[in-house]
Design a binder for this molecule. Structure first.
Ligand SMILES: NC(=O)c1ccc[n+]([C@@H]2O[C@H](COP(=O)([O-])OP(=O)(O)OC[C@H]3O[C@@H](n4cnc5c(N)ncnc54)[C@H](OP(=O)(O)O)[C@@H]3O)[C@@H](O)[C@H]2O)c1
Length: 330
């Protein structure tokens, strides 16, 4: 049985990745800042939860000891430039050194569509700029050490626990209208299970059309359809039956008002719902560039959003949609 360390394994995508890895026979270790964050993973056999600070390089290096591969899914969506740098750039630097020290041969790093390792500074937001710098750090380290590196760049990810369609549905249940910044921004949503499959297949060193070299490779993870943000807000309402499926009237906000709304939402109780940096990310369409291979290169046919989202948005209980879907897929 091979050993794998999954950083960010407690998160939305990470939990799906861990589940697939366990099913494929991997011995999975998941570091977390708080053990209780991993409660939903405890049922998985051959998975060990490790409470540690991944930013502590000595602890991280120790955790990589004896691992055959590492997956990195740690990221933040909101924060100061220093916080983005710490999580998206300095952590990959530490991880690369840890992998080199412990002779870990394979790393799969989850970045984001819109990140650019060659010219990180050209990206529109601090989130994407720091993601690009993180990719660059890992590519350099992989080239120097011979470690195999796969970088996956997903568009927005949908699934039963997403903070995206679920959020739009929830907001429309309480708000009479939907004031929407970036209403015309375009996305190519990808199913969380397809992203998790891409991680597993990257570890299996699959090669496909346009994907030859197993040493350093970058893939875009996108779904089959392009939607505007306004389309997605409407769809979330329709599928979750808000206002008899008609949703709330969408009021597209001009730039200045959108930024003011984002500023207020940065202070929302329980953590930001939206930030000015998120708005900056949306200045560029979040759709496949086609300049690097897509999921098809790993033998994955990306799933359409509507049938899957219908299943979980119609459930009130979080997670029930996933269970039903799994039962159907069995
Ligand atoms: N979700 C999307 O739509 C989407 C789209 C494009 C790209 N991505 C990328 O995919 C990856 C996974 O995304 P996700 O949505 O699954 O993220 P998530 O649910 O927010 O999970 C992030 C994970 O990172 C850990 N983490 C968060 N902040 C941290 C910090 N400051 N220090 C150390 N660990 C921290 C958390 O672990 P603990 O709390 O257990 O410590 C958590 O498991 C990220 O790289 C993200 O940028 C996601």
């Amino acid at each position: 049985m091979n050993n794998i360390l999954v950083l960010g394994g407690t998160g939305f995508i990470g939990a799906h990745v861990c589940e697939k890895l366990v099913r494929q026979g991997w011995n999975v270790t998941v570091p977390t800042r708080r053990r209780s964050n991993a409660n939903h993973l405890q049922h998985l056999p051959s998975l060990t939860v490790l409470e540690l600070d991944v930013h502590n390089e000595a602890a991280l290096t120790h955790a990589t000891q004896g691992q055959d591969a590492v997956v990195n899914l740690v990221a933040i969506l909101h924060g100061t430039p220093a916080a983005f740098d710490k999580v998206h750039v300095i952590l990959p630097q530490k991880l690369a050194r840890a992998c080199q020290a412990q002779r870990v041969h394979q790393l799969v790093h989850i970045s984001a569509l819109g990140a650019n390792h060659q010219r990180p500074g050209t990206a529109p937001s601090e989130y994407l700029r720091s993601k690009g710098r993180g990719e660059a750090v890992l590519r350099t380290a992989a080239a120097e050490s011979g470690m195999e590196l796969t970088v996956l760049r997903p568009s927005v990810v949908f699934g039963p626990e997403d903070q995206f369609l679920n959020l739009f549905a929830r907001l429309q249940k309480t708000w009479p209208v939907m004031p929407l910044a970036g209403a015309r921004a375009r996305f190519q949503p990808v199913w969380v299970e397809d992203v998790a499959t891409a991680v597993v297949r990257s570890l299996e060193r699959r090669v496909g059309p346009g994907l030859r070299s197993p040493s350093v490779r970058t893939l875009e993870a996108c779904g089959p359809e392009v939607f505007t943000l306004a389309d997605l807000v409407r769809l979330a309402a329709q599928l979750s039956g808000v206002n008899h499926g008609q949703g709330r009237p969408i009021v597209p906000l001009p730039d200045w008002l959108g930024r003011l709304q984002a500023l207020l939402l940065e202070w929302a109780p329980g953590g930001p719902l939206m930030s000015r940096d998120n708005l900056d990310s949306m200045r560029v369409d979040n759709v496949a560039t086609g300049q690097v291979p897509g999921l098809q290169a790993l033998g994955i046919t990306p799933s359409a959003l509507q049938p899957i989202a219908t299943d979980y948005l119609t459930r009130n209980q979080p997670g029930q949609g996933l269970l039903r879907l799994r039962q159907r897929l069995r």
